[in-house]
Design a protein around this ligand. Structure first.
Ligand SMILES: [Fe+2]
Length: 224
């Protein structure tokens, strides 16, 4: 059953009321590229200016609510994002040997949810990539943690025909629970909504994706 949660959401703008569907808590593993070492605190994974070699990168906003297992927004939760860049590369010792990282990109970062339980990042659209014989569709990795709720590790995928086709060949995606995995797919916030000047979404050239992350209901999940 989906519960409607109406909150004042600051994911994309200050003090804006949005309703959120409380979907299932779909858990994934961290995978091979969870950041090693210190994770910088930042909401911008981009190092401006973006001109020059990085100009082909597509900048996106992603944000949403962190929800408890009871679908209540969780303030003060730590949110970690890690992802591939526009060339399908992770910043990690096990990533492609000799590949040149994008010096204008952080690759991973952490932030805290605000008093409304909202987070947001500005980042790059990740490229699909191949690793260990697997073809991965575009995705972002997330891990959230709070002292009371524990940990939730999950992934966000991107809506669209091309990505549907990539997912149909992505064995990691296909290994996810078929009844739950579609909750991991996010479509861009409708341009028409943004064109109305709704203050929830920035009126710029960047695409905005909404992705709420829910904690699972397991005691064993609680780890620091
Ligand atoms: Fe990945």
């Amino acid at each position: 059953m989906l519960l409607k949660v109406a909150v004042t959401n600051a994911a994309f703008g200050p003090g804006v009321a949005l309703a959120a569907d409380c979907g299932p808590a779909v858990q994934t593993e961290r995978g091979p590229f969870y950041p090693k070492g210190e994770i910088p605190t930042a909401r911008e994974l981009l190092k401006f200016p973006l001109d020059g070699p990085a100009v082909q990168d597509q900048v996106i906003h992603v944000g949403g609510l962190v929800l408890s297992q009871d679908c209540e927004p969780v303030s003060g939760a730590r949110v970690v994002i890690w992802q591939a860049d526009s060339a399908g590369l992770y910043l990690h010792p096990d990533a492609i040997e000799g590949a040149q990282p994008n010096a204008r990109f952080l690759y991973y970062a952490q932030t805290m949810t605000d008093r409304f339980g909202a987070y947001r990042f500005t980042t790059l659209l990740p490229s699909p990539y191949k690793y260990a014989g697997l073809s991965r569709a575009r995705h972002l990795h997330f891990e959230v943690w709070s002292p009371l709720q524990g940990t939730s590790t999950t992934e966000m995928y991107f809506a669209g025909k091309e990505e549907d086709q990539r997912r149909s060949r992505d064995r990691v995606w296909l290994s996810r629970d078929a009844n739950l995995r579609n909750a991991l797919i996010s479509a861009p916030v409708d341009d028409a909504v943004r064109a109305t000047g709704h203050p929830a979404f920035p009126l710029d050239e960047f695409r905005a994706y909404r992705f709420d992350i829910r904690f699972p209901n397991t005691e064993s999940n609680r780890r620091p």
